[in-house]
Design a protein. Sequence first.
Length: 213
Amino acid sequence: MAENVFGQIFATLFAHYGPQCWWPAETPFEMAVGAVLTQNTNWKNASKAIFSLKQANLLSPLSIDSISHEELAFHIQPAGYYNLKAKRLKNLVRMLVEEYGGDLKLLAESDWRESREKLLSVKGVGEETADSILLYACSQPVFVVDTYTHRVFSRHNLLEEECSYSDIQERFMDNLPADAALFNEYHALIVRVAKDFCKKTSPLCSDCPLSGL
């Protein structure tokens, strides 16, 4: 890894926390569904919705595509905003069925830039959700940006307050090797340090493992 501050921060966080083993899903499609269900909630609630789909034998693109909106919304209630998320999941699997025959592997095998455009064309799939699917479900080297990323790195004067999602993503991808495993681990570590130390209010800066950088 290039010896730059982005690399130094990763090395520091990894030394402090060790591997985070994201995401806790059994299949790539489960990860893709989770990327939609975790919108405005946490993985714990999303996992309850995924478990409900599994219990009903509905956790596949063709199954979700074939059931009614109402049935899907019923099963994903634990994730919150279930009517809205049912629409978004339906939109996502319809694209997968129409463009890739419902085979997520075909999406993963395509050039990630083309796959990203396909995902972003789906109503309800924004940049963070699309990139989460590409990174975690498709193992593509696409850096996922969230509010934690902006908070941690702007406080270290590495990002400007007005940076857009694409600006932040480009900063990381320009300063790190194009490695899906690295991006996976890095994103998880940023979330961890933001929750533990770089809190939205009353951050614990003096105790943070990044305090010396």
